[in-house]
Design a protein around this ligand. Structure first.
Ligand code: ADP
Ligand code: MG
Length: 316
């Protein structure tokens, strides 16, 4: 199967979006951006052996490639709309491509994202998705506007994905709890609806790809503030507790990557509005507050804990 057959067979499905004016097949895609919206762009590459396990199911790779990008849209308060796909493949393996396309399109359909173009090359297995989204012209979320006195929230149960990865890597027994963790690692749920609800309400938002501490640290640096986390209220998944000892659970909850939850900060006068806006959606837990200074510190019973190690850094 040649490059063009492959594109035609797996990546040329026409989209239902009326704002796609020209898609796969020309030199570039053309989309309609309404005058009252702003274009939001993000790109993420996932590489075999770095972001997914060697031999991972193709459908899970397709899902992940888009999920990590949808998570960036969530963190901006944006609506995802279109994507381009750059695929580097060691060979044109049809079974792999069919699985990959299924995982990718399943999630794309769920969020009404159209695949409008891409590039296909031979090389080590790596997938790049660029996502394009829309946000109202009057405001989007950033990392840089946290204020002293804001409450820090986290969505979901951070650490579950790291737990799932550990179950897979250490071939731990696949109890129902372990299965839940694996599912959270393989199929993270991008928090797009939460991001939309937080637009104009949260002061600062980031998605958790590298770990809660490490990503909250980015908010602190870019907002010129510090943060205190209260370990007594930090949510720790019962599935995680069932599979790992307490200190391992805590470490995964604070530093585990791949959850794609949102961390966000809310000023006191908007706490009630946020509560109302996020009711009925994913559970969000207040875990601490923004303070003067810099850096993230964790407390239990008034005692400051030794600073937990940082999240993942590709070059450190
Ligand atoms: P060019 O040489 O102009 O870069 P290509 O030959 O790389 O064009 O691609 C042909 C068409 O197929 C383009 O419209 C491109 O966007 C699309 N395309 C290539 N690879 C993919 C892919 N993996 N997914 C979606 N569209 C793709
Ligand atoms: Mg090309």
């Amino acid at each position: 199967m040649g490059e063009f057959d492959l594109i035609a067979k797996y990546f040329s499905r026409s989209s239902a979006r009326e704002d796609v004016l020209l898609d796969v097949g020309d030199d570039a895609a053309v989309v309609h951006v309404p005058p009252d919206k702003r274009l939001v762009a993000a790109v993420d590459t996932i590489v075999e052996g770095v972001h997914f396990l060697p031999g991972a199911a193709a459908a899970d790779v397709g899902y992940r490639a888009l999920a990590v990008n949808l998570s960036d849209m969530a963190a901006m308060g944006a609506m995802p709309a279109w994507m381009t796909l750059s695929l580097s493949l060691p060979r044109a393996d049809e079974a792999w491509l069919a699985g990959f396309a299924t995982g990718l399109y399943d999630l794309a359909d769920k969020y009404a994202v159209a695949l409008v173009g891409g590039d296909t090359v031979r090389g080590p297995l790596a997938v790049t998705v660029q996502i394009l989204g829309l946000v109202e012209a009057d405001g989007w979320l950033t990392r840089s506007h946290a204020q002293i006195g804001d409450t820090v929230f986290v969505s979901g149960l951070p650490g579950e994905a790291a737990g799932g990865l550990a179950v897979l890597q250490q071939s731990l027994p696949q109890s129902a709890d372990a299965q839940r963790l694996i599912q959270r690692f393989l199929r993270p749920e991008p928090r797009v609806a939460l991001g939309r609800a937080l637009r104009m309400l949260a002061n600062a938002t980031i998605d958790v790809s590298d770990g809660v501490i490490s990503d909250l640290q980015h908010i602190c640096e870019q907002s010129d503030c510090g943060a205190h986390i209260d370990m007594e209220v930090f949510p720790v998944s019962s599935a995680l507790r069932a599979c790992f000892d307490a200190s391992k659970c805590e470490q995964m909850a604070l530093n585990g990557g791949d959850d794609y939850e949102l961390v966000f900060t809310v000023p006191p006068e908007r706490l009630l509005a946020v509560e109302a806006a996020i009711a009925g959606g994913v559970r969000c837990t207040p875990i601490g507050r923004i303070v003067a200074g810099n850096g993230v510190q964790c407390f239990r019973g008034g005692q400051r804990l030794a600073l937990a190690p940082r999240g993942y850094d590709h070059f450190s």
